[in-house]
Design a protein around this ligand. Structure first.
Ligand code: ADP
Length: 694
């Protein structure tokens, strides 16, 4: 290739020891007969770059142009400025053709359906996705509750949780070519009669025992959260008994009113959409309020009982405090801010909740390594031009993945190509903050979050508009109905106020973020209407569990986990001392082996009175950062983002259920789409252990 082997070797030096170990164990291709490696890391980046660039040939580009695009793709990856998600790195140009990480599959209340959406159709679909390294999410709430009747056999239904167990076992069996275990998200909406069993399905005695291949989340609604605040009763609904079985309750409460303001409903939906054929859930009966919906449901005999909303909420909180499960996904917020709400309603997300998706949709992710965009110096700052350019290539690359993908099922291919969702995210955020000298738990850091999110979103969206001029819009694009999420981004100060934090930002940080602050979205809107849009969503903040190891940086938008720790991954245990932390210790002449090994005992320094204050403030780890700052960072990245954010609200092991309760309530108020808490040591198997001494 260009520059020859010398070039390749130098780029390999950017990779850390841990990065090489992970690449060696799972990513670099081997000869299947001899089991010898047939590629180096740089050859892997080349393989991915060439494979994805080739897509442009089918859009009329010449060989020469494609080579240039491939060089740019290679450049952003090999410099570790951007990495696509694991399946793209592993499978590009190989026999396995799935390149996306996220899938949502429908589960209808039937063994099998002609559309292939019954329970056992979905089980098969799940196995095919897992086999190739994808993660799957499901909404199980269309399934009739436990003890309900089954007409065909005059028997008794075993309920959604028993079916989830089958999905769980199947996940164990299909091991993804030995490379990683499958991951699932199981969702049950809060109105389902089995919801209390669901809430407890992974806690107490069942912790570390049941549904181990699932993250579980309760599908939450605004009406329910309001009832929690007022301590009111809410009905439980048997989905089989509603007017449109399975769809019934939704059919009543989809309540366009909850998802968009009334004026909007009147003008656009009634006048325009209806004329153009409309979509299923926007027919007239959708315009009922929740109260009206309950009356109808009651009349039709679909209400099986009533529960106190607060009591159910407290059980959710208890479970999460005890074991990390269940999380919550806020169904109303997800649909309110779904840009293509007019296509259908979102019921579920992928395993880590950064991708709310329609049935059968898949999404491929990729993340920018923010740490690479700090210009070091006395007054460190951000290299905005380079960041914008990288974003542009990243979006092109992610869009090409949709065409290069080989889909395991026709339904997945159709749904994915209709909406063309891609998810550009970030990693290395907390290390960027360290390099800028800003503590994670400060209003300054939140301001950086908010404006970086805005900048990334702006340029990703712009890139997608430009791609539309070149290659066409996604087929489900409707310039009038498409909802721009920047119209509903909450102002920075408002969010901080919700948690009673003063939005005081230092002038130097304001100045640093000016470039993002000034961005004008109205121009972008005009451009979108004129030129179209290639992807119905462009952003998504992924956990970056493995690609952050390859990039040698902190994961997603999480704070540093520990300054020294043991990382447990499928291929073994790694001890790590944060190199950035070592750099700082060196500055203060504290890089003494004795000092370092002492620090490694706890993994943190914030309570070490012998450490300089700067170090103590800047190197606050995940358990030392207060839950309110975890939450606000997530909320900031959610505002300028058309999908979701994967974030764990880490807590110390001493935190009480009351803290979890506050976190879940605040998450709803902050407009967060999905929330997960994790209290240190609440599970026996942790992916990452804290500190070296156990
Ligand atoms: P990576 O760093 O490997 O690219 P992430 O940690 O960012 O992946 O996870 C992104 C998404 O990939 C997850 O939300 C999930 O949908 C999918 N995923 C992650 N781990 C697994 C796994 N073990 N099996 C299947 N899918 C997974």
């Amino acid at each position: 290739g260009k520059g020859g082997w010398k070039d390749f070797d130098e780029r390999d030096l950017l990779l850390s020891y841990n990065a090489l170990k992970v690449l060696e164990a799972r990513y670099l291709l081997k000869n299947p007969d001899t089991l010898r490696y047939v590629e180096t890391p740089q050859m892997m980046f080349r393989r991915v770059a060439n494979f994805l660039a080739k897509v442009d040939l089918s859009y009329g580009k010449t060989e020469e142009e494609v080579r240039k695009v491939a060089d740019r793709f290679y450049e952003v990856m090999s410099s570790l400025k951007f990495l696509p998600n694991t399946p793209t790195l592993m499978n590009s140009g190989t026999r396995l053709g799935v390149l996306s990480a996220c899938f949502v599959l429908p589960v209808r209340d039937s063994m099998t359906t002609p559309e292939g959406e019954g329970i056992y159709d979905t089980l098969r679909a799940m196995a095919l996705v897992h086999q190739q390294g994808g993660g799957t999410g499901f909404d199980f709430s269309e399934l009739r509750p436990k003890g309900d009747t089954v007409a065909s056999t005059a028997g008794v239904a075993s309920g959604p949780i028993s079916f989830m167990k089958i999905f769980d076992v199947s996940t164990d069996v299909v091991k993804q070519g030995g490379k990683r275990r499958g991951a699932n998200m199981g969702i049950m909406h809060v109105w389902h009669p089995d919801v209390r069993d669901f809430i407890k399905s992974k806690t107490g005695q069942l912790k570390d025992a049941q549904l181990q291949n699932f993250n579980i989340s309760v599908g939450m609604y605004d009406y329910f959260m309001r009832a929690v605040e007022r301590e009111e009763d809410v009905p439980l609904i048997n989905p089989r008994k509603t007017k449109v079985p399975g769809k019934g309750w939704d059919y009543y409460i989809v309540k366009a009113r909850g998802y968009m303001d009334e004026e909007y409903v009147q003008e656009f939906i009634l006048n325009e959409l209806e004329e153009k054929g409309g979509s299923v859930w926007l027919d007239e009966s959708a315009f009922v309020t929740v109260d009206e919906a309950m009356v109808i449901a009651e009349r039709e005999g679909a209400v099986t009982g009533r529960v106190n909303a607060r009591a159910v909420f407290d059980e959710i909180v208890r479970g999460a405090w005890d074991s990390g499960d269940p999380g919550i996904v806020f169904i109303d917020e997800i649909n309110r801010r779904h840009p293509i709400y007019y296509v259908s309603k979102i019921q579920a997300t992928n395993p880590c909740a950064e991708e709310p998706l329609l049935s059968w949709e898949s999404c491929n992710l990729g993340s920018i390594n923010l740490e690479k965009f700090v210009i070091e110096g006395d007054k460190p700052t951000i290299d905005w031009d380079s960041l914008a350019e990288t974003i542009t290539y990243a979006v092109r690359m992610l869009d090409n993945v949709i065409d290069a993908n080989r889909y395991p099922l026709k339904q997945i291919e159709d749904a994915t190509k209709k909406t063309r969702k891609v998810g550009l995210g970030v990693m290395g955020f907390s290390r960027l903050l360290v390099r800028l000298g800003i503590p994670y738990d400060s209003p300054d850091a939140l301001y950086v979050s908010y404006n970086l999110a805005k900048f990334v979103y702006y340029h990703a969206f712009k890139a997608s508009i430009e791609l539309a001029s070149e290659k066409g819009s996604f087929p489900a694009y409707n310039p009038q109905l498409y909802r721009d999420i920047f119209d509903t981004a909450k102002p920075f100060a408002d969010m901080l106020e919700i948690l009673s934090i003063k939005p005081q930002v230092s002038p130097s940080v304001r100045k640093m973020m000016e470039r993002a602050e000034k961005l004008d979205f109205s121009e972008l809107k005009a451009l979108r209407v004129k030129n179209g849009l290639r992807n119905s969503t462009v952003m998504s903040i992924a956990p970056t569990g493995t690609i952050s190891i390859i990039a040698g940086t902190s994961s997603g938008i999480e704070p540093l986990f520990a300054l020294a720790f043991i990382r447990n991954v499928a291929v073994g245990k790694f001890m790590e001392v944060d190199p950035l932390f070592l750099e700082y210790l060196r500055k203060y002449e504290l890089d003494d082996p004795e000092v370092v090994s002492k620090i490694a005992e706890t993994g943190s320094v914030s309570e070490n009175v012998f450490m300089p204050r700067t170090i103590r403030n800047i190197f606050r780890t995940a358990h030392e950062v207060g839950p309110e700052y975890h939450l606000l960072h997530q909320a900031c990245w959610q505002q300028w983002n058309d999908s979701g954010v994967s974030k764990t609200i880490n807590m110390r092991s001493e935190e009480t259920p009351e803290t979890v309760s506050k976190v879940y309530l605040s998450a709803w108020k902050l407009g967060i789409k999905g929330i997960t808490v994790y209290r240190d040591r609440s599970k026996s198997q942790q992916v990452i252990y804290f500190g070296i001494k156990k």
